[in-house]
Design a protein around this ligand. Structure first.
Ligand code: MLT
Length: 312
C-alpha cells in the first residue's frame, strides 16, 4: 500500500536518487552551488542527488514545482534570497509562502554581490560608472534573471540609489545573462560572486565593486563599494536547501546532516571558497537558522522593494 511504501521510504531513506530542483539555468550561480553541495550530499546519503533545472519567472516556477512535489524527501530545491524572500513582495499572487510551504534544510552558501559591466564599458572605476549610468540610463541595458531573482532585486536597489531606469533584459538565469554581458549584448548587471570570478580574472567583463564590508579573497583586486565611493550599496544573497512542507522529520534530519557534512568537507569548502562564497558556520547553519533567515529576509526585502518603488 501507499502507506507501507511511505513508511519504508522513511525508514530506509533514501533508497533511490534525490532530485534537487535548481530554479535557474544550468551553469549559473544557483546551479553551481547546487552541484558542488549535491556532490558531497550524494556521498553521505548513498544515493545520487540529481540536479533538475526548472526555469522561469525569476525562479518562482521552480519553487512552485518544489512546493507541489511529493513531501517524501525525494525532491528538494536549492532556493535563494530571491525565490524564498524577495519574490514575496514582487509577486502578489505567488503560489507559495517561503516561510510556511517548505521545511528548511539549511543555508548552503552566502553569495556577495558585485556591480559588473561589459569589458568595454566606458568607465574605469565605480565613480565613473555611476556618472555614466546617470547620464545615459535611457539607452543602457541591464541584464537580470527574471523579476524576483537576486540579480533583479539587487540591481533594483542599485538603480534606485542611482535614480536610473535602464532597460531591464530578462534571462532564465545569470548563466545566460553572463554570456550576454561577455558578448557585449548588455551593458551591466549585478550578480552573485560565484558566477563571476573566472570572467573577472580573465578580463572578459569589468567588476566595479563588491557590495560587502570587506574585499573577497577570491577577487582581492576588486574594491568594496565603500572603498569605491558608493557605501550606500551594500547587499548580499544566499542559497539554501528546502524540502516541501510535511517532509517527515527523520528525512529532514538526514538531509540537514548531509548538508552539514558537505559544508565541513575540505574539498567542498575549497570549491565554494574559490568561487568567493561566504560559508555559513556555527549557528548560521541548519534548519532553524534557515527558518529564521527566511522570515527576516522576507521582511527586509518587503521594505527595500517598497522603498525602491516599481522596477521595470
Ligand atoms: C542563477 O542561478 O541564475 C541566479 O541565482 C539568478 C539570480 O537570482 O540572479
Amino acid at each position: 500500500s501507499a502507506g507501507a511504501a511511505f513508511a519504508q521510504g522513511t525508514n530506509g531513506y533514501p533508497t533511490r536518487p534525490i532530485t534537487m530542483i535548481v530554479p535557474f539555468a544550468a551553469g549559473g550561480p544557483t546551479d553551481v552551488v547546487a552541484r558542488i553541495v549535491g556532490d558531497h550530499m550524494s556521498k553521505t546519503l548513498g544515493q545520487q542527488v540529481i540536479i533538475e533545472n526548472v526555469v522561469g519567472a525569476g525562479g518562482t516556477t521552480g519553487a512552485t514545482r518544489a512546493k507541489r512535489a511529493n513531501n517524501d524527501g525525494y525532491t528538494v530545491i536549492m532556493g535563494h534570497m530571491g525565490t524564498h524572500a524577495a519574490a514575496v513582495p514582487l509577486y502578489p499572487n505567488l503560489a507559495y509562502d517561503p516561510a510556511t510551504d517548505f521545511e528548511p534544510i539549511g543555508v548552503a552558501a552566502g553569495t556577495p554581490i558585485l556591480i559588473l559591466a561589459k569589458k568595454d564599458y566606458p568607465a574605469k572605476d565605480l565613480a565613473e560608472f555611476v556618472k555614466h549610468v546617470k547620464a545615459n540610463s535611457g539607452t543602457l541595458n541591464m541584464a537580470h534573471a527574471g523579476v524576483g531573482s537576486v540579480s533583479y532585486t539587487t540591481c533594483l536597489l542599485l538603480n534606485s540609489i542611482l535614480d536610473v531606469k535602464p532597460t531591464a533584459v530578462p534571462y532564465n538565469g545569470t548563466g545566460p545573462a553572463m554570456n550576454a554581458l561577455v558578448g557585449g549584448q548588455v551593458d551591466y548587471m549585478c550578480d552573485q560572486i560565484v558566477n563571476v570570478v573566472s570572467q573577472v580574472q580573465g578580463g572578459s567583463i569589468r567588476a566595479y565593486g563588491i557590495a560587502t564590508e570587506a574585499r573577497n579573497p577570491a577577487l582581492p583586486n576588486v574594491p568594496t563599494t565603500t572603498e569605491a565611493g558608493l557605501p550606500e550599496y551594500k547587499v548580499s544573497a544566499w542559497n539554501a536547501v528546502f524540502a516541501p512542507k510535511g517532509t517527515p522529520q527523520p528525512v529532514v534530519d538526514k538531509l540537514a546532516d548531509a548538508l552539514d557534512k558537505a559544508l565541513n568537507d575540505e574539498t567542498t569548502r575549497k570549491r565554494l571558497l574559490d568561487l568567493g562564497s561566504d560559508l555559513p558556520e556555527g549557528d548560521r547553519r541548519g534548519p532553524k537558522a534557515l527558518g529564521q533567515l527566511v522570515k527576516s529576509e522576507v521582511e527586509r526585502w518587503s521594505k527595500v522593494i517598497k522603498a525602491a518603488g516599481p522596477g521595470n
